[in-house]
Design a protein around this ligand. Structure first.
Ligand SMILES: *[C@@H]1O[C@H](CO)[C@@H](O)[C@H](O)[C@H]1NC(C)=O
Ligand SMILES: *[C@@H]1O[C@H](CO)[C@@H](O)[C@H](O)[C@H]1NC(C)=O
Ligand SMILES: *[C@@H]1O[C@H](CO)[C@@H](O)[C@H](O)[C@H]1NC(C)=O
Ligand SMILES: *[C@@H]1O[C@H](CO)[C@@H](O)[C@H](O)[C@H]1NC(C)=O
Ligand SMILES: *[C@@H]1O[C@H](CO)[C@@H](O)[C@H](O)[C@H]1NC(C)=O
Ligand SMILES: *[C@@H]1O[C@H](CO)[C@@H](O)[C@H](O)[C@H]1NC(C)=O
Ligand SMILES: *[C@@H]1O[C@H](CO)[C@@H](O)[C@H](O)[C@H]1NC(C)=O
Ligand SMILES: *[C@@H]1O[C@H](CO)[C@@H](O)[C@H](O)[C@H]1NC(C)=O
Ligand SMILES: [Cu+2]
Length: 830
């Protein structure tokens, strides 16, 4: 688990003048440009340069011009005559030099081993160490191989157990000792007489003989039947259902265009929760076409059932509650087949040749029968770094333009950042994704009431590994960090390219002003940490954007395949229009897109300057002037200069006790973390504002059986006093033990004081997803998030320590960004 570099080739230097800007430009502005660009990018020797000099010359100029961000040459590129502006006349001081040199490709990474970082995700090496400790001490029966049955004990998950905050702060700020690294390990213990699931803390890492194994749960506390689904269980379920599939063979062939199991059909088990109590294990399944991939969720069929599968003894498992086209339940597959054969139930016949079209309908490939859009055969706009990266990576510590922070995270909860500082100030100790919940609604026997809590599957690699797609997820000049996850299937750590870091050009002004006396502005550039992950059908993209003015955006985006439900136009619950049902729209020939939400839960442990903070809710009010003034003074008369008796005003409130808050557009509030003991130059308490950018809110009631497990979704923001043991806002087991949840957010709300305390804000945001035909087969990404924004934190606009653009009219007072030579975007590979 290391950081991948941004590529490192020093290329032949080719200086060129910019005399012939216009004509070579036109040469390159043709269909073949892409091909030529490749030749240019691949310059590796002077000989080659000579051979293709002419092509290179034209192309190099083009690339230089194309990428140059001044407006001058962009205008000629557009074929318009160039109209000089004052801006261009002043910056840069020398006219841009066009050459075909590759941009300096300084590596931002110093390759310090992750293990040296306090917060780094657990590395492959460390996971190996942890597994060896556990194997040696016979905590597990499965050693280094795929577990073959639930009767074995094996390691299910493994990730960093972060240091205690107190110890970390001592080390980071007060020359304290460096805290050791520990792993958190989940072990499914099928091999013991009363099977269960245990959690352990293992470490210190790197000290093999001395390492200790500390149980974090007591035996039996996590019921074996609350276990997380995995391949071992799926294989056992398949084993149980294989013989039933034989019973259903004819029914399936007749109904589903000749399809057979397992060649054309597969059994999907991800239809949780598995029962209402911790002791229950009832696994619903539904049949789907294997059209585009093994876990195809776009082509479910109206055939479902349930497997009773508690414990480890597969001989005691059985299937029941079979449904066909929502007709049932039938206790066995044979009962269903009997009803089918006696024509006692309504039947479905998918049209002949239907199966042959499935892949075409669902595979996300360019449709070559459609004409390309105009100019779509030309490459799109690109960015590059003229003098190499302005950020650095040391282990997992990132620094950029006054910001510094550590990247962390793990396979279950996904990405996290620690010790975020801006201009030497503490801003946040931890900013971490904790969970993603989805509550589905649909009219389908196998699928209704599905609830997913994605941390239970593993957000960063546990369930589905991920990789960065170069030039799609991030620009090609991004640096990529690898992280590892523990594969419970193979019982070893697996490395993946999971995080990219780059400076982005926002192509806009961060601020600007034009007046008679001056023109001034600053181009908005920001650092991006982006983490695309995959959880089954959905891909999520998490993103942290660090701005020059101290703002920090956190975003969650959802894309990928929607989960569909079978469209049955003769379903009596479908209305007359035959185009939608109560739970969504028909989106394809035999598919509906059932409604659901994607709700992201983050832990945001801000430390505004230090950890003694208070939470202010500032009410954005409107009312009469008298009431407004009375909020802070004792006036008895409204002053005469108010020309209206109604005004807006602020009402300041310091939240005293732990509580959850919901956004309410009719009673708007600002949420601000302040440090009561630190004031800015103007006497105002220094703070950071939390701005939710959400569009979703929980609508299901507190009585819903899953609402305890999902209690973080009740609020947009929950404020609690920080406690080491209140690590996450949900427990990965709670959705599998809805009657006895043990680790959800509501349990933290015990009325403690949050004034001048170390406070955690649990922030919930998300999107309500009503899939439409545009989401089939592929959902373009939807986003939501929140913003942390300095709020009287600085004495003045905090960007005047950066180069910027300014021209004081009628004087020689001029400022500009650093000058640069145009260069060719490096051909980075990652
Ligand atoms: C598994 O269940 C079967 C059927 O009830 C029983 O005969 C067998 O003894 C059980 N095996 C174990 C190891 O308990
Ligand atoms: C990288 O971080 C380590 C501490 O983890 C520190 O000792 C080292 O000096 C750092 N290197 C650079 C180049 O900053
Ligand atoms: C990152 O992970 C990828 C995928 O496993 C691997 O091919 C690559 O070598 C890793 N890179 C580093 C620097 O470890
Ligand atoms: C603004 O510019 C005008 C015209 O150049 C000049 O007369 C005036 O003094 C300037 N004002 C200030 C405040 O600099
Ligand atoms: C926080 O406040 C407590 C008591 O009010 C005080 O003892 C402690 O030193 C403060 N911590 C910081 C970092 O200021
Ligand atoms: C308002 O009046 C009360 C009683 O007269 C007094 O105690 C208090 O200090 C006054 N508050 C302000 C803000 O003037
Ligand atoms: C403004 O409204 C308040 C509340 O309705 C009322 O008491 C007050 O007399 C009004 N003042 C004026 C100047 O109308
Ligand atoms: C919280 O504490 C206050 C007093 O500090 C008390 O009035 C209130 O009932 C308590 N609420 C709960 C839910 O315990
Ligand atoms: Cu969705």
């Amino acid at each position: 688990m290391r950081v991948f570099d941004v590529g490192f080739t020093m290329n032949a230097k080719r200086g060129l003048d910019d005399d012939n800007v216009e004509s070579p430009l036109r040469i390159c502005n043709m269909e073949h440009r892409e091909q030529k660009a490749k030749i240019c990018f691949n310059f590796r020797s002077n000989l080659f340069v000579l051979v293709v000099f002419a092509v290179g010359l034209a192309c190099g100029i083009l690339i230089g011009i194309y990428a140059y961000h001044g407006s001058k040459n962009m205008n000629s590129y557009q074929g318009q005559s160039y109209q000089g502006t004052k801006l261009d006349d002043k910056i840069p001081a020398t006219s841009p030099k066009i050459n075909i040199e590759q941009c300096p490709n300084k590596n931002p990474n110093n390759y310090a081993p992750y293990e040296s970082s306090l917060f780094a995700p657990l590395t492959t090496k460390e996971m190996k160490e942890v597994s060896e400790i556990l194997w040696q001490r016979r905590y597990i029966t499965t050693i280094g191989q795929t577990p073959s049955s639930l009767k074995e004990s094996f390691i299910v998950f493994m990730y960093l157990y972060p240091p205690r905050k107190e110890d970390a702060i001592k080390y980071l700020y007060h020359n304290g000792m460096k805290p050791s690294r520990y792993a958190k390990v989940h072990i499914q213990r099928g091999a013991i007489p009363v099977p269960d699931v245990m959690e352990y803390k293992v470490g210190p890492l790197g000290s093999l003989p001395e390492a200790t194994i500390i149980p974090l749960t007591s035996p039996g506390e996590i019921h074996f039947n609350s276990r997380i689904y995995g391949m071992v269980e799926e294989n056992a379920l398949n084993y149980i259902l294989n013989r039933e599939m034989k019973v259903l063979e004819t029914l399936m062939r007749e109904s589903f265009d000749g399809a057979t199991f397992p060649d054309d059909l597969y059994i999907n088990y991800q239809n949780g929760p598995p029962g209402m109590t911790a002791a229950e294990r009832e696994t619903r399944f539904i049949i789907g076409f294997r059209a585009v991939e093994d876990g195809d969720v776009l082509n479910f069929l109206p055939l479902s059932g349930t497997v009773h599968n508690p414990g480890t003894n597969v001989s005691e498992w059985y299937s029941h509650s079979y449904y066909y086209l929502n007709q049932g339940p039938y206790s066995t597959a044979s009962d269903l087949v009997a009803a089918y054969n006696n024509n006692m139930i309504r039947k479905v016949r998918l049209p002949q040749e239907y199966r042959s079209k499935l892949r075409k309908n669902a595979f996300p490939q360019r449709d070559h029968s459609l004409p390309l859009r105009e100019h779509a055969d030309q490459p799109g706009a690109r960015s590059y770094m003229p003098k190499g990266p302005r950020f650095s990576i040391n282990g997992t510590k990132i620094k950029w333009m006054g910001w510094s922070f550590h990247i962390s995270g793990g396979q279950l909860r996904g990405p996290a950042l620690f010790d975020i500082r801006f201009k030497g100030n503490q801003i946040a100790y931890e900013l971490a994704l904790n969970d993603i919940s989805l509550v589905y609604a649909m009219d389908s026997s196998g699928h209704n009431n599905i609830i997913y809590m994605d941390a239970s599957y593993g957000i960063m690699g546990g369930y589905t590994p991920t990789t960065i797609f170069r030039d799609v997820d991030c620009p090609s000049y991004a640096a990529v960090l690898n992280t590892s996850y523990w594969s419970s299937l193979y019982q070893k750590a697996i490395d993946m390219k999971s995080i990219c870091v780059f400076e982005a050009d926002g192509h806009e002004a961060l601020w600007r002003h034009f007046s008679g006396n001056f023109s001034g502005g600053m181009r908005n550039r920001y650092l991006v940490v982006r983490v695309p992950v995959v959880v089954g059908n959905y891909d999520y993209i998490f993103e942290f954007q660090f701005y020059l003015d101290g703002r920090l955006y956190t975003k969650g985006k959802a894309t990928g395949y929607i989960l569909t439900s079978f469209w049955d136009e003769h379903n009596p619950n479908v209305g007359g229009e035959k185009a939608r049902d109560a739970f969504g729209y028909r989106v394809s020939q035999y598919q509906t897109g059932p409604i659901h939400d994607h709700t992201f839960g983050f832990k945001v442990d801000m430390d505004v300057i230090d950890s003694n903070n208070s939470f202010e809710t500032i009410h954005w009010k409107a009312g009469n002037v008298y009431d407004a003034l009375r909020t802070l003074s004792n006036i008895t008369q409204v002053p005469p200069y108010f020309i209206y008796n109604e005004t807006r005003y602020l009402k300041f409130e310091t939240m005293q006790k732990e509580a959850g808050c919901r956004l309410d557009y009719n009673n708007q509030k600002l949420f601000v973390l302040v440090n009561e003991n630190k004031r800015n130059r103007w006497g105002v308490k220094r703070g950071y504002r939390i701005v939710p950018l959400t569009t979703g809110a929980q609508s299901i009631s507190e009585e819903h059986p899953a609402m305890k497990a999902l209690s973080f979704t009740k609020y947009h923001m929950t404020v609690t006093k920080r406690k080491e043991e209140e690590m996450y806002l949900s427990s990965i087991y709670d959705i599998n033990r809805m009657d006895s949840p043990k680790g959800h957010l509501d349990l933290m709300l015990d009325n403690e004081s949050i004034v001048n305390e170390d406070i955690v804000n649990w922030i919930t945001f998300g999107v309500l997803h009503v899939p439409t035909s545009e989401d089939f087969p592929m959902t373009p990404s939807m986003e939501s998030g929140f913003l942390l924004k300095p709020f009287n934190f600085f004495d003045t606009t905090p960007t005047f320590d950066m180069p910027q653009y300014l021209e004081e009219h009628g004087t020689s007072n001029v400022e500009h960004e650093p000058a640069f030579d145009t260069c060719v975007e490096p051909n980075t590979e990652y």
